[in-house]
Design a protein around this ligand. Structure first.
Ligand code: ATP
Ligand code: MG
Ligand code: MG
Length: 407
């Protein structure tokens, strides 16, 4: 067998770490651009890692010189240098040879989704349902916000177009009295406003996308739909299947997610975050072109092709046609471990996960090797069970611990 290509990864957080956990047994080599002590490099020793920032163009070129294909675990990267290495190539300093390094997902996808407003305009123009939105010019924020409130009505969301995660960069405007606070909270950032969606539930679907070397779409393959529950804009729990949602709505969510991912570029896994409305219809919130928190459950629930294995195999173009992504368990719940008020706040929860054996629910602990800070994602626990098992009952003490930790 020929040696598999070396994968260069921008970003070394927990997503990269779980990607490397999947890569090991599959025999894929992953080299990482990030700090020397980042979560990914803690579990993957390799002489060709690049130490530095994935926002530094020279470091990205260095990584590209050392690998055969590039991928990302975060979308907030420099897409100009990714376009450069993919289209014009990198130069070998010794031989002077120029070599193009493919980037998956494509730099075009990364550039588009980095701007949440542009991303949704793109989907909306293709008939995908999105919340009504208006760009806010940067002349006079208050004038723009008043204009948006007339167009959208209260409440509405003001969002930073770029760079946000875990709701940082979002502000809910409940009435005219909130406009000053919104302008102040998001001062200096390019903004847009979005109608508030009175959703009954948030759903997410991971989709695998494949294409040939010329960039022609080959296929899209969706994982089961999950329900995502956010607290203070941060994902707290993920339920597979969603609770009390009928088959038709789940099928529609998968269909919409596949349509969305078809309209993007490159290979890999893509997370599609959606709102489920009262009438059973679906609206797209945003897309993350990479493995995602809402797909962690696939490690245990779809073990033959977790989202991490899918990312690796998709980059290599090893995804079989007619792939079906069906869970091997009837129920899964993922619970995030966020740093608590004190560095040791999560110790009891971790102990509980390490020592739990219920017989009918399996408990899988994942710690990311990150220092605990309040609200920071430092690990997660996945629970799986067969049909009829009261998984909600099993997880109750864990959820109680999570709620205690915040105090
Ligand atoms: P992520 O960490 O997922 O990248 P983000 O910072 O990009 O988050 P959004 O996904 O835009 O933020 O919003 C975070 C959460 O805020 C959503 O999951 C949802 O709960 C709520 N939210 C966002 N937009 C709306 C909206 N238009 N109407 C109602 N709720 C919203
Ligand atoms: Mg986002
Ligand atoms: Mg989001």
């Amino acid at each position: 067998m020929t040696k598999p290509p070396v994968i260069g990864l921008l970003g070394g957080g927990q997503l990269g770490r779980m990607l490397c956990e999947a890569a090991g047994p599959l025999g894929y080599e992953v080299i990482v651009l990030d700090a020397a002590d980042c979560p990914t490099r803690q579990i993957n020793a390799h002489p060709r890692h690049v130490t530095g920032s994935f926002k530094d163009p020279e470091k990205v070129r260095e990584l590209a010189r050392r690998c055969d294909v590039l991928t990302v675990e975060i979308e907030h990267v420099n897409t100009d240098v990714l376009e450069e290495v993919a289209t014009r190539g990198v130069t070998d300093p010794e031989t002077g040879d120029v070599r193009r390094v493919p980037v998956h997902p494509s730099w075009r996808t990364l550039r588009l989704v980095q701007d949440k407003f542009a991303q949704k305009e793109h989907f909306g123009a293709r008939g995908v349902p999105i919340a009504q939105q208006v760009a806010l010019g940067d002349d006079d924020v208050m004038v723009a916000l008043r204009g948006a409130s007339r167009e959208l009505g209260f409440p509405f969301m003001v969002k930073a177009r770029k760079g946000s995660y875990d709701g940082r960069g979002n502000f809910k405007v409940r009435g005219a009295g909130d406009l000053d606070a919104a302008a102040e909270a998001l001062a200096g950032l390019p903004l847009y406003a979005e109608k508030f969606v009175p959703f009954v539930m948030e759903l997410a679907v991971m989709v695998v996308r494949t294409e040939d070397d010329e960039g022609n779409l080959e296929g899209v393959y969706s994982y089961p739909v999950v329900e995502t529950v956010h607290e203070d804009d941060v994902c707290k729990t993920v339920f597979m299947p969603p609770r009390r949602v009928d088959e038709a709505a789940c099928a529609e969510a998968r269909r919409v997610a596949e349509e969305v991912v078809k309209s993007l570029w490159g290979r890999g896994v893509f997370a599609v975050e959606m709102f489920l409305l009262q009438d059973g219809s679906i609206m797209v919130n945003e897309v993350a072109p990479r493995p995602h928190n809402s797909g962690h459950y696939t490690i245990e629930a779809v073990p033959y092709l977790s989202q991490y294995k899918a990312q690796l195999h998709a980059i290599m173009n090893f995804i079989p046609h007619q792939l079906r992504l069906e869970p091997r368990v009837s129920q899964a719940v993922m619970l995030n471990i966020l740093g608590g008020a004190r560095p040791e706040s999560h110790d009891r929860l971790v102990d509980l996960a390490r020592t739990s054996y219920t017989g009918d629910t399996d408990v899988y602990l994942h710690l990311y090797g990150k220092a605990s800070k309040p609200g920071r994602k430092i690990g997660h626990i996945t629970f799986t069970a067969s049909e009829g098992v009261d998984i909600t009952g099993t997880i109750a003490p864990f959820v109680d611990e999570v709620d205690q930790m915040r105090r």
